[in-house]
Design a binder for this molecule. Structure first.
Ligand SMILES: Nc1ncnc2c1ncn2[C@@H]1O[C@H](COP(=O)(O)OP(=O)(O)O)[C@@H](O)[C@H]1O
Ligand SMILES: [Mg+2]
Length: 348
């Protein structure tokens, strides 16, 4: 049984369908992520769970209670907004105390709870500072402490890392994860960033245009995407329109690929760039084609290439390890091998 359950939730603004028939079941203690491009309805759904938006139809349950028509303060949820929504003229302590005032906590309780959460997010001693003087990362911690201080049963985080620089983002990412594990709090995390989703989540729901297009563990989402949208939004992939008969996929130009039984079904063939092999010399293996190297770029751990094989332009990624540094340059003839196990068929 899910702890946060959405049943047929629909929300339309004027003519825009922000959320369309959403059914989701999030388990107690789970780190669950809404992943999708900008404008696909993630924030709207989070606000629906928080009680800041009411659906036109469908229901929201938290802990077995139908909360669809309950106001936010009766839902036991804490939310960190994308822009943090702190009160700029208040101190760190006053910001964190905000929800405790609504809950009518005594002065000593407020002090104790606020101290506890300031320490938890690494802001001990910051109580008297104005939030306007804080860095982005510190403001993010205040927002997190403020939402945790009311001891919510569900924590809602709307792109909390998107305003931070890359290094701080990595640090806060692991801090959020370890805090969530320590508290065991059911958490719904919104992001458009596949790496955040894959590294943080127990499970991910991928959204496209107001609908959930796949729910699964990071491994399921990345390794077994159910459709073209998920395959190309989460990670990079090469896609080919194919006709499939008896274990062989045929491209329009006549190219044939031998498929494994595990490839699934559908008329779009997907191959991740790191599952394609490049060689400077002739290779006598099935699914091997001669092509020309068009682009080659070193990105540190990876070397990314673009290879032209007949009419098809392929993305290939090789690990930049000591034994994989064959010198290849644009214009070189290369042999491209597609190992069978790298093929997945998808519904178009
Ligand atoms: N209050 C609102 N009024 C009108 N349209 C809105 C409102 N909130 C969201 N939308 C529209 O709903 C769609 C989904 O928005 P949103 O939930 O913010 O997406 P995301 O968080 O995935 O970027 C967008 O087209 C957006 O413009
Ligand atoms: Mg949003």
């Amino acid at each position: 049984m899910g702890y946060v359950v959405l049943e047929g939730v629909e929300k339309t603004f004027d003519s825009v369908k922000a959320c369309s028939q959403i059914d989701l079941s999030i388990r107690k203690g789970e780190f669950f992520t809404f992943l999708g491009p900008s404008g696909c309805g993630k924030t709207t759904l989070l606000r629906l769970i928080a009680g800041l938006v009411t659906p036109q139809s469908g229901a929201v349950f938290i802990g077995g209670t139908d909360v669809t028509h309950l106001p936010p303060e009766k839902r036991k949820v804490g939310m960190v907004f994308q822009n943090y929504s702190l009160f700029p003229y208040l101190t760190v302590r006053q910001n964190i105390e905000y929800g405790l005032n609504i809950l009518k906590k005594s002065a000593s309780e407020k002090q104790q709870i606020t101290d506890h959460y300031m320490e938890m997010v690494g802001l001990s001693g910051f109580g008297g500072r104005s939030v306007a003087e804080l860095s982005g990362g510190e403001q993010q911690r205040v927002a997190l402490a403020r939402s945790l201080a009311v001891e919510p049963e569900v924590l809602l985080l709307d792109e909390p890392l998107s305003n931070l620089d890359a290094r701080l983002r990595d640090k806060m990412r692991s801090e959020i994860k370890s805090l969530q594990k320590r508290l065991g709090i059911t958490t719904i995390f919104v992001t458009h960033d596949q790496t955040e989703a894959l590294t943080l989540s127990d499970r991910i729901a991928v959204f496209n245009e107001g609908s959930v297009v796949q729910v699964g563990t990071p491994q399921e989402i990345y390794n077994d995407p159910e459709n073209v949208f998920v395959a190309s939004f989460v990670g990079d992939t090469n896609l080919f329109e194919v006709a499939v008969c008896t274990g062989v996929a045929c491209l329009e130009d006549g190219t044939k690929f031998k498929l494994p039984a595990s490839a699934g079904s559908g008329n779009i063939l997907s191959v991740r760039p790191q599952n394609i092999k490049l060689s400077k010399s002739v290779v006598h293996e099935p699914n091997t084609f001669e092509g020309m190297l068009i682009e080659r770029q070193l990105n540190g751990v990876w070397i990314d290439s673009v290879v032209q094989v007949d009419e098809n332009s392929l993305q290939v990624a090789e690990l930049n390890s000591v034994d994989s540094q064959t010198l290849l340059e644009p214009g070189d003839t290369v042999w491209v091998t597609f190992p069978e196990s790298g093929f997945r068929l998808l519904e178009g």
